[in-house]
Each structure stands twice: as structure tokens, then as C-alpha cells.
Unconditional design. Structure first.
Length: 62
């Protein structure tokens, strides 16, 4: 459950960053390709998740 909450928090922060960058660029008249931005931020979110959960293994009771 803890990893799920960490993942949800990372997704929320990633979406807020993407929205802020998109709004700023739209105001300045810069066109961003949404597919490329989504892929880059998705990969970045996965890397952040792996760093935050590194070394934390699930207790199986064995």
C-alpha cells in the first residue's frame, strides 16, 4: 500500500509539472509535442519511483 501511495504522489507531481510547463509555453507561443513530453515525463517518473523505493523489499513473512 505504501508503494502505491508513493506512486500516486509521483504521478500527481509529474502531472502538475507537465501542466505548468505546457501553460508557460502556450502563453509564450511555443508549441510542445504532447506525445514526446508525455514519454519523457513518464520515464522520469519511473526513475524517480525506482530511486524512492530502492532497497525497500516487501516482507513476505518467510
Amino acid at each position: 500500500m505504501r508503494n502505491f501511495l508513493i506512486g500516486a504522489a509521483i504521478v500527481a507531481v509529474t502531472v502538475m509539472i507537465l501542466m505548468a510547463v505546457s501553460i508557460f509555453c502556450n502563453v509564450e507561443g511555443i508549441y510542445l509535442e504532447s506525445t514526446a513530453m508525455g514519454v519523457v515525463l513518464g520515464i522520469g517518473a519511473m526513475m524517480v519511483y525506482q530511486k524512492l523505493t530502492k532497497g525497500k523489499t516487501r516482507e513476505t513473512g518467510k
